[in-house]
Design a protein around this ligand. Sequence first.
Ligand code: HEM
Length: 579
Amino acid sequence: MSYKYICTKQECLRTQVLKHPFVVPNLSIPQLSFYSSPYSILTSSCNMTLGTLVIVIMATLLLYFLKKSKRAVLSQRQQARRGLLPPGPATLPIIGNMHQMVWNKPAVFRWIHRLLKEMNTDIMCLRLGATHVIVVACPEIACEVLRKKDEFFASRPTTFASGTVSFGYKGSVLSPHGEQWKKMRRVLTLEILTPSMEQKLHHLRKEEYDHLVRYVNNTACCGMMPHAKNIVNVRHVAQHFCCNLIRRLVFGKRFFSNLPSSSTNGPGYEEEAHVAALFTALNHVYSFCVSDYIPALVGLDLDGHEQVSMDVMRTINRLHDPIIRERIHERSSTLEKGGEDKGARDFLDVLVHLKDAEGQPLLSLQEIRAQTAEMVLAAVDNPSNAVEWALAEMMNRPEIMQKVTDELDAVVGKDRLVQESDIPRLNYLKSCIREAFRIHPYHALNLPHVAMVETTIAGYTIPKDSHILLSRLGLGRNPKIWSEPLEFRPERHLNTVNVLLTEPGLRFISFSSGRRGCPGISLGTSITMMLFARMLQAFTWTKPVGVKNISLQEGNASLALLEPLVLQAQPRLAAYLYR
Ligand code: HEM
């Protein structure tokens, strides 16, 4: 059964609906006109009453399901002839397991992992509407997907949220397989995330590492109330550090506007709004929306995700667009005056100045907007979450904290701050971060891959257009792979001369693997390790007064710590290193 074929008409409707949000009529217009709600298009323009709307919805659904059911039955017969699908829970006609998915929202991933456990399986097939969703939870099968048969699984699903965040699939992270994805992935790997750019922009990263230490020191020392002295919200610091750093690399600046003067020089209003929008976007893309599997329902916003996606993109665009517009304008005026290309100051410069074979700009405005937004999104969740979790675990395990401090003192000493060049020798610290990635990934499931052809995995038939979800939890906490899987034990990674954060064997997922694997391994490693190493080298961390143990409870709908980690920080190096 071909999802694409079934959806041809719906895709048309969806494209029409989605087209609207991405129209940029004229660059010279001061505020880029970004979007208008598809919901409002459907309702206000037709001026329907609620009753009419309900009838239209019911009729659409009925038609849709009738059309689908015929094909679904056909497809099941074809399946029976062709071979066996992976095991899975019983399905209802037409909707499959959709009712269970809806019932278990927002913690759908917890239901999926319960099922894997109950069925005692490492591969499972759910059916959400007409889409087969295959969940994989063991390294052998994960390697079959992303290493052996990677070429068949190199696409991504199309959903309302991913389409909105990527400006209609103009970037590299969320785009389905095809020429656009290849173009943008080439740009990233050959022009931006290269060793020479990494070297060139080292001074920007170093300034951010230094700022982190100054900021934590100021925050820790500025508590006015005696009971709040030295108190640091680790999550806030970690998330803002990651955002500051990637903003600096992408846009060449850390703030969107001049900050009001403050003693700590911390995030301003716009930076808080940016971080909140980015994390909301990250939490909503691929979060099991009903219309992700029944595209006919796009526009009705049954899960409320459409409004959220558009709201966050409105914030992201409000903050990113003026910088992008100014840079494009700067390029045009430099070219008009016959000025010379001075070389890229940041990632945006690279994007704006790239030329095609005819000497014309290689990337359109939408492509630049998509690529910048995606780069910022890609760099913030994993590093900040891993560092917060590692620190939380270590607060309850003083012997691990001691080993980390001993390693930092032995490798770096106390007369200078730790630098990127020290990372290769900080094996115990890297093992702590690997443990955090293994047990506490930010997302329970890897970004979805889509089967571009019908194929097999572990001997089971995988129909074309199936969504493949590698379970980060299922792999990292798999008791067949890891002894005492829930125990934070960095030593299990210390079996090599240079510990890396990558895991090519897919025993857990850090940067993943294959054609859609993360191209930001080097930058991602630097961000994560420098955040972790600077926090631990420059400060002694203790539990706030009255707290006996740090609670390691996860949220219900996410894998982040239920409560942000709040600790006391005491400087542990000479005063001149904090200036
Ligand atoms: C510790 C930091 C990071 C981790 C753990 C991480 C992890 C991942 C993972 C698991 C994927 C999905 C791979 C798949 O679909 O199988 C991914 C994709 C991606 N990451 Fe990262 N990432 C990190 C940092 C970064 C950074 C800093 C950038 C660039 C600024 C970046 C850019 C990307 C891109 C472009 C993709 C999509 C690749 C594609 O679909 O072709 N990542 N990353």
